[in-house]
Design a protein around this ligand. Structure first.
Ligand SMILES: C[S@@+](CC[C@H](N)C(=O)[O-])C[C@H]1O[C@@H](n2cnc3c(N)ncnc32)[C@H](O)[C@@H]1O
Length: 258
């Protein structure tokens, strides 16, 4: 993953066809080893068609069976698998921190950048979080659509998505109303959506898209940004934003309760 905005890279020719760029990057030995040792905790799509790999979506209660066994439901028969998803987790710091902070949640990361996936799995090994963590490699739209049933997620986080800052590229932005409608559909009633960006223009765009999405309620009040999410550590991209003198804008929504 490069720190440079990728849409200006002319070598990424097929970016014209896609909404994301599969970045090249070298894996460290540790990341490569973690990827190999922990591949049972990931679904790596590579160049395979997601519709084929995810034709049978994961059975999440089996994927997180050990976590469930260690966290019995407080009330017999209660639904106790709470799944949180981070989309575009980069090198994985925020997702690992989430796992450390919320031991009752099972977490799924979606990412297209393999060194980032290796980095996340390496940290998960070191922090003993593998039982509660799973990775889906692939485009967020397709994987979210194929891998999760409606109403099955407790929380979705999207931190510092690629800004596609040129106006003619805005349509490639991940956060679009159509995508947010999918997120709302996959969230359970009373579910949470958190987003953040360091691009002012993308911040206003996200706010407008979210405000226009039926079923999303702005916790900060209509049309308002949220206070900085105190539980998010400063990721590499947030640090870059600060270095470049950008602000950081947080958004916090919930879905209608049942
Ligand atoms: C700017 S980085 C931010 C990474 C991380 N959230 C952070 O704050 O450090 C955006 C990340 O989203 C990933 N990404 C971009 N488009 C994606 C998509 N359509 N599906 C899944 N991941 C995507 C990129 O590979 C990259 O790691």
């Amino acid at each position: 993953m490069s720190d440079k905005p990728t849409e200006s890279d002319p070598s990424q020719a097929n970016a014209r066809q896609r909404h994301y760029v599969r970045r090249r990057g070298r894996m460290t030995q540790g990341q490569a080893r973690a990827l190999e040792e922990c591949k049972h905790r990931a679904l790596l799509l590579g160049e395979a068609a997601p519709e084929v790999v995810l034709a049978q979506p994961p059975h999440w209660s089996e994927v997180f069976a050990t976590h469930l066994a260690n966290n019995p439901a407080p009330t017999a028969g209660a639904q106790h698998l709470r799944i949180g998803v981070e989309i575009g987790f980069g090198m994985g710091q925020a997702l690992i921190q989430w796992g450390q902070q919320q031991a009752d949640m099972a977490l799924v990361g979606i990412e297209v950048y393999q060194p980032g996936i290796g980095s996340l799995l390496l940290q998960a090994q070191q922090e003993d979080l593998l039982d509660r963590l799973f990775v889906l490699e692939g485009d967020a739209r397709t994987t979210l659509d194929l891998a999760f049933a409606p109403g099955s997620l407790s929380e979705v986080r999207i931190f510092f998505p690629d800004p596609w800052h040129k106006a003619r590229h805005n349509k490639r932005r991940l956060v679009q109303r159509e995508f947010l409608e999918l997120v709302v559909n996959r969230l359970a009633p009373g579910g949470v959506l958190r987003m953040a960006t360091d691009w002012e223009d993308y911040a206003s765009w996200m706010l407008a898209q979210a405000e226009a999405t039926p079923g999303l309620h702005n916790v900060a009040g209509p049309g308002e940004f949220a206070p900085r999410f105190a539980e998010r550590n400063v990721t590499r991209f947030e640090a870059r934003g600060h270095r470049l003198g950008h602000g950081v804008w947080d958004l916090h929504y919930t879905t209608s309760a049942a």
